[in-house]
Design a protein around this ligand. Structure first.
Ligand code: RIB
Length: 306
């Protein structure tokens, strides 16, 4: 059993600020910290912590951030043999403004932007059972990988983040799609931010037209998915939130790990959703991602309390 994660590696610069500067304005922040991140790297770590072997395919630049990411990911027991060093690019960097209400993120893709279809070797694809990808690398590379993965009978999971319109073309090659609510609104082509958007009705209508299994992550409202023509929702356990960065990545990594273990969809969504809840209790995208044991203990505790 092996999961292949195709995606980005970033160094996250987390700036704690009480307000966003307007254009032309300077504000003083409170703190800066550096964390390992990037949706690809984060999802690989979440998956590996559940005991599933993971190969990551991606690129870093020839700089200090790239070196540090390679060391860190090797120490996290991820197979990094398919992560290449791009001499003429900088390592992906994310400027994360941690505001009291939520995060705002600017991603500078750097080397991530240079991942091409050739970077995913046929032999590497053949060794895996699940392919998990996001959209912080070129969509054309993701599309090509999904096509090839489906030809080889892999389970394919697309986390359409950040959203790109190429998602629609990818759908015939995607078994599971995991947008958050905002991305799902883009998928159904509404930019409505109002409460009147009926997510569940939109999910049912979308699912009638598509074969891809839809799973929408909804933050504190939990996770909804369509099963046998109905929307099921797993409620999110109440947590003391420290940092929501990487919660979606934790969800996707655990989902891939659990599906790779051939557990049913209901179990996979439940585990992924509880894991994502645990992840928000620590600062940084990867720090709060649970091990298999931590997740099992947390789920048992929640079951006893209910
Ligand atoms: O999903 C969280 C990640 O998004 C961060 O780690 C940051 O690198 C951005 O890519």
């Amino acid at each position: 059993m092996k999961v292949l994660v195709l995606g980005s590696l970033n160094m996250d610069l987390v700036m704690e600020v009480s307000k966003m500067p307007s254009i032309g304005e300077t504000v003083l922040g409170d703190n800066v910290s550096y964390f390992f991140g990037g949706k690809g790297a984060n999802q690989a770590v979440a998956c590996r912590r559940l005991g599933v072997p993971v190969t990551l395919v991606g690129k870093v630049g020839n700089d200090t951030f790239g070196d540090k990411l390679m060391i860190h990911m090797n120490m996290a027991a991820i197979d990094m043999s398919q992560v290449k060093l791009e001499a003429d690019a900088f390592t992906g960097t994310a400027a994360i403004m941690k505001l009291p209400e939520d995060n705002a993120i600017v991603v500078l893709p750097g080397a991530n932007q240079l991942v091409t279809p050739d970077d995913l070797k046929e032999a590497v694809l053949e060794q895996a059972q699940v392919l998990l990808a996001q959209l912080e690398i070129p969509p054309a590379t993701v599309m090509d990988a999904f096509k090839r993965a489906k030809e080889k009978g892999l389970i394919t999971i697309l986390n359409p983040a950040p959203y790109h319109e190429a998602v629609e073309e990818m759908l015939p090659f995607v078994d599971y799609i995991t947008p958050n609510e905002r991305e799902f609104r883009r998928m159904v082509q509404t930019s409505s931010e109002t409460e009147s958007f009926d997510v569940e009705a939109a999910m049912l209508s979308w699912s009638k037209k598509q074969e891809t299994q839809l799973i929408v992550t909804r933050g504190s409202k939990g996770v909804s998915y369509v099963l046998e023509g109905k929307v099921k929702t797993v409620a999110a356990p109440r947590m003391a939130v420290t940092d929501t960065t990487g919660a979606g990545d934790t969800f996707n990594g655990i989902l891939a790990a659990t599906l790779a273990k051939k557990e049913p969809l209901e179990t996979a969504v439940l585990k992924a959703s509880f894991g994502a809840s645990l992840s928000v209790t620590k600062m940084g995208a990867q720090s709060g991602m649970p091990s298999e044991k931590q997740l099992a203990e947390f789920m048992a505790k929640q079951a006893n309390n209910s």
